[in-house]
Write a protein that binds this ligand. Structure first.
Ligand SMILES: CC(C)(COP(=O)(O)OP(=O)(O)OC[C@H]1O[C@@H](n2cnc3c(N)ncnc32)[C@H](O)[C@@H]1OP(=O)(O)O)[C@@H](O)C(=O)NCCC(=O)NCCS
Length: 415
């Protein structure tokens, strides 16, 4: 079975998380990803948050599967020549350095186009053009400037960042889509193009419904927010705790064992169509005849009371029992699964979403596999490369250098 992106060669100048997420995904689809790293140093994440001394961190290994690593310094004279040759031999170049870093290496977009007019040059930056375009950005800065933090958190609490890496990995996904779209376009135009993704834009895109709500506020209180009907809304979209954000009310409720297990909770959505079944299950058949409860409009001002009653019932069941009882009744419900539970879930192992990988220096570890499944191009997760593991190989086979030339380049510190 061939891989979807077989034959596509990627010059991977990415580091940390956002860019590597993108190129890892393309590698899983079958692209040949050549990760360029600074000689002797490599991607900074190799050494960050290390759990085992002198071994590539999980941070690095979990973001750089299926890639080859070449060490190269494009700031040296010989390094520039090798880098130019790699640009000529690759289809896509991806980078997420601080603004201007690739230009400072001597490779602005114009030069890249001159070397290889078919090259697709893809970048992630913190911000798009504007007042902040020169800024360096990490995940939480993107969450804060993209609208996520201001709309996440307890109702009367401070802004909150989420544990999901929506700025880094989220933007990496956007970039991957941009790249395959540009590759598709190149089939027709014969030309490469620039693809740029800003992390602020990526986060705001994921917060689309909150910009929707900002505009709805001009036309009266938003009745699905917990602030309705008793609290003030202010002039910007407020934080809404665990309210569902959609048209159906939902909340996180305690389940049996919550006193000792911090994840013994479930999210329950009181969808109108399934409300009679939910009410009966929690012992409130009386609500079905009661005009104070039997319409969504009547329930809206007392959603907190509704979930208090739901919780009285869920506290008598484990989160999995809650799921098993409510799902067949078409009540949407999700147990709060811990990372431990996800790591141990057999179904996720079965689908390749959680994968065990063997690494020559660290041994076996778990990673998240490709979340996108293609029926004719299955992804196989291959361990991340050691620093410079494929340098000789790539210089010989892709750049076309002789052994003597490779030795000379090493001598000069170019590779
Ligand atoms: C993530 C970020 C904040 C990290 O900042 P940083 O650690 O200071 O690293 P920078 O990107 O500024 O710089 C990397 C430097 O290494 C140099 N470098 C990178 N690869 C190199 C190589 N193979 N050989 C020699 N030098 C290299 C770059 O040229 C640059 O040097 P310069 O500033 O002198 O031009 C920054 O890269 C950034 O804002 N990126 C864009 C947004 C982004 O993707 N953020 C999320 C990351 S998960």
């Amino acid at each position: 079975m061939s891989k979807a992106l077989e034959g596509v060669r990627i010059l991977d100048m990415t580091h940390v998380q956002s860019g590597p997420t993108c190129t890892q995904l393309l590698a899983w689809f079958g692209a040949d990803v050549i990760k360029v790293e600074r000689p002797g140093v490599g991607d900074a994440t190799r050494g960050q948050l290390r759990d085992i001394p002198d071994v590539d961190s999980l941070y690095f290994t979990m973001l750089n599967h299926n890639k080859r690593s070449v060490t190269l310094n494009p700031k040296t004279e010989k390094g520039k020549k090798i880098f130019a040759k790699l640009i000529g031999e690759c289809d896509v170049m991806v980078e997420n350095f601080a603004p201007g870093a690739i230009d400072r290496m001597g490779f602005p977009w114009e030069k890249i186009q001159e070397i290889n007019p078919r090259m697709i040059y893809a970048s992630i930056k913190g911000f798009g053009p504007g007042p902040y375009e020169e800024c360096k950005v990490y995940e939480n800065v993107a969450q804060c400037t993209g609208g996520s933090a201001s709309t996440t958190g307890e109702i009367d609490g401070f802004p909150m960042v989420t544990g999901s890496q929506i700025g880094d990995s989220g933007t990496g996904l956007n970039l991957a889509l941009g790249i395959v779209t540009a590759l598709y376009h190149r089939e027709k135009s014969g030309k490469g193009q620039r693809v740029t993704c800003a992390m602020q834009d990526g986060v705001l895109n994921l917060c689309r419904v909150k910009l929707r709500d900002q505009q709805r506020m001009a036309h009266g209180p938003m009745k699905e927010y917990p602030q309705y009907p008793n609290a003030e809304f202010g002039n910007a979209v407020p934080r809404a705790g665990n309210a569902s954000g959609g048209g159906q009310p939902g909340w996180i409720v305690k389940c049996k064992g919550w006193e000792t297990d911090p994840d013994s909770y479930a999210y329950v959505i009181a969808q109108a169509a399934a409300f009679p079944a939910l009410a009966k299950t929690i012992g409130h058949e009386d609500w079905l005849e009661d005009p104070e409860w039997n319409t969504p409009e009547a329930r809206l001002p007392k959603i907190d009371k509704l979930f208090e009653e739901v919780e009285k019932w869920t506290m008598t069941k484990t989160k999995f029992e809650v799921m098993h009882i409510l799902n067949p009744l078409n009540v949407p419900v999700g147990p709060i699964l811990s990372m431990k539970e996800l790591a141990e879930e057999p179904a996720l192992r079965e689908t390749g979403t959680v994968v065990e990988v063997d690494h020559p220096e660290r041994g076996k570890y778990l990673t998240v596999g490709n979340p996108v499944k293609l029926s004719d191009s299955p992804a196989e997760v291959v361990r991340s490369p050691l620093l410079g593991e494929h340098t000789d190989n790539i210089l010989r086979d892709v750049v076309g250098m002789s052994d003597d030339e490779i030795a000379a380049a090493k001598e000069e510190g170019a590779v």
